[in-house]
Design a protein around this ligand. Structure first.
Ligand code: ATP
Length: 384
C-alpha cells in the first residue's frame, strides 16, 4: 500500500492553466475516485501521478518519496505503479498470460516465480481458461480483467485507473464494478479511479474528489458529498441538488438552523457553529420534497409547469409563487394516486435541507444591502 499526495500542484499547457493549486492526500489502501465533467483536468491529474506530465508548480509524493517537484522528476517506470486504461493497452501479439507476465519478465523475475504470479493473478480475475488466448479474442470486460491481472501480478501498491469502464456496455459495467471492488479487497492496493460517471464513483470509492475547471471542489465520502455538499457547484452536480435562497438564518441547536426559505419557515442541517446570518443558500435533492395539503404549515406554494412520467416516479417542474424566476424539478414516487397537472397550484414541503457552508455560493455574513445580496444569490442560483 502506498499513499499519494499532490501538494499545491498547478499544471498549464503553454499559457492555459489546466490544474490550479490542487492539493490532495490519498491514503494508503484507499479507493479514491476523481469525478468531474469532461475537460476539468482529471486525466491530467492522473498523468501527473503516473509521471507522464511534470507539474508547473507544486510537488507530487508517493509514500514518503517526492517523485515530482522543481528539482525532481522520477520517470513512470520508476514509480512502481500500475495503470489501467480505458483502451486496456494490451499487447495484441501476446497471449493473455504473456500480457500479464510481461512486466515481470522485463523486471528479470525468474521464470518459476513469474509463472506462479501470472497463474494466481488470472485465477483471481477468473481468466485461467483464457490464458492462451489473444486479447482480440476476448470481450471488453475480459480485456479489462487482463489489465487488472497485470497489476495484481506486478503487485502494484498504487493502481491508477483512467475511465476503465468507459468502453463497456451497461450490464458489463455493473459486473466490472464488482470486479474492481474485489481487486481492491484482494490486492490491498491504493486505487485512484478517474471517471465522469457519478453513480460509478459513488458506488465504488471510499472518497470522491469532485473536480471542476482544474480545481478540487470537495473530497469526501460519497454520503457526505450527497448530504453535505461544500458549495453550490457540488450540490447541483451530485444527485441534481436544488438550490434555494434563504434569509435570516439563526442557530437552533447543534447542527441545525432555522431560516426563512422563500417566505416559509424551515429548519435544516448545517455545519456548526452557525451564527445568525442574513442570507445563504440551502440545498436538497429532488426526492426530498413532497406534495402536502393546502392547510399544512410551512409549505411552499407553487404552480406546476410540467409533469413527466419517468418509470417508477414522476418528475414535476414547478415555480414558487414567492419568486417565479426560479424553477425546480422534484421527483415523486408513482403510488398510483392523482397528481397535479401543468397549470395547477400545489403546495410542497421539505423533508431534508442542508445549508451550504458559510461563504459557499452565498454572500454569507456580508454587509451588503438586502437587495444586492438577493441579486447575488440569484446569480448563483441561475449560473450553477
Ligand atoms: N497535451 C495537452 N496540450 C494542451 N492542452 C491539453 C493537453 N492535455 C490536455 N489538455 C487540455 O487540458 C484540459 C483538461 O484535460 P483532461 O484530459 O485532463 O480533462 P478530463 O477531465 O480528463 O477530460 P475527459 O473526461 O474529457 O477525458 C482540456 O481542456 C484539454 O484540452
Amino acid at each position: 500500500m502506498t499513499s499519494a499526495s499532490l501538494l499545491n500542484v498547478s499544471k498549464a499547457y503553454g499559457k492555459t492553466p489546466v490544474l490550479r493549486d490542487v492539493s490532495l492526500n490519498i491514503k494508503a489502501g484507499e479507493f479514491l475516485a476523481v469525478l468531474g465533467p469532461s475537460g476539468c483536468g482529471k486525466t491530467t491529474l492522473l498523468r501527473l501521478l503516473a509521471g507522464f506530465e511534470t507539474p508547473t508548480e507544486g510537488e507530487v509524493q508517493l509514500g514518503d518519496r517526492t517523485v515530482a517537484s522543481r528539482s525532481v522528476m522520477v520517470p513512470p517506470e520508476k514509480r512502481g505503479l500500475g495503470i489501467v486504461f480505458q483502451n486496456y493497452a494490451l499487447w495484441p501479439h501476446m497471449s493473455v498470460a504473456q500480457n500479464v507476465g510481461y512486466a515481470l519478465k522485463v523486471a528479470g523475475l525468474p521464470r518459476a516465480e513469474r509463472d506462479q504470479r501470472v497463474r494466481e493473478a488470472l485465477e483471481t480475475v477468473d481468466l485461467t481458461r483464457f490464458a492462451d488466448r489473444r486479447p482480440a479474442d476476448l470481450s471488453g470486460g475480459q480485456r479489462q480483467r487482463v489489465a487488472l491481472a497485470r497489476c495484481l501480478a506486478a503487485r502494484n501498491n498504487l493502481v491508477l485507473l483512467d475511465e476503465p469502464l468507459a468502453n463497456l456496455d451497461v450490464r458489463l459495467r455493473a459486473t466490472m464494478e464488482e470486479e474492481f471492488r474485489r481487486f481492491h479487497r484482494e490486492s490491498g492496493a491504493t486505487l485512484v479511479y478517474i471517471t465522469h460517471d457519478q453513480s460509478e464513483a459513488m458506488a465504488l470509492a471510499d472518497r470522491v474528489a469532485v473536480m471542476d475547471k482544474g480545481r478540487i471542489l470537495q473530497c469526501a465520502s460519497p454520503r457526505q458529498l450527497y448530504r453535505e455538499p461544500a458549495n453550490a457547484t457540488v450540490a447541483t452536480f451530485i444527485g441534481d441538488g436544488l438550490l434555494f435562497p434563504v434569509e435570516n438564518v439563526r442557530p437552533e441547536y447543534a447542527g441545525r438552523v432555522r431560516a426563512t426559505l422563500l417566505g416559509v419557515e424551515v429548519t435544516m442541517r448545517a455545519t456548526p457553529p452557525q451564527g445568525p446570518v442574513p442570507f445563504a443558500i440551502a440545498t436538497c435533492h429532488p426526492g426530498n420534497l413532497r406534495l402536502c395539503a393546502d392547510h399544512e404549515q410551512n409549505g411552499l406554494d407553487v404552480v406546476i409547469t410540467s409533469r413527466v412520467y419517468r418509470g417508477g416516479h414522476w418528475s414535476l417542474e414547478m415555480r414558487p409563487y414567492a419568486d417565479q424566476s426560479l424553477t425546480y424539478t422534484i421527483d415523486l414516487p408513482d403510488r398510483g394516486g392523482s397528481l397535479p397537472e401543468p397549470g395547477d397550484d400545489a403546495r410542497v414541503a421539505f423533508d431534508d435541507l442542508w445549508l451550504l457552508p458559510e461563504g459557499q455560493g452565498a454572500p454569507f455574513g456580508s454587509t451588503k444591502t438586502n437587495q444586492s445580496s438577493t441579486t447575488d444569490q440569484k446569480k448563483v442560483l441561475q449560473c450553477v
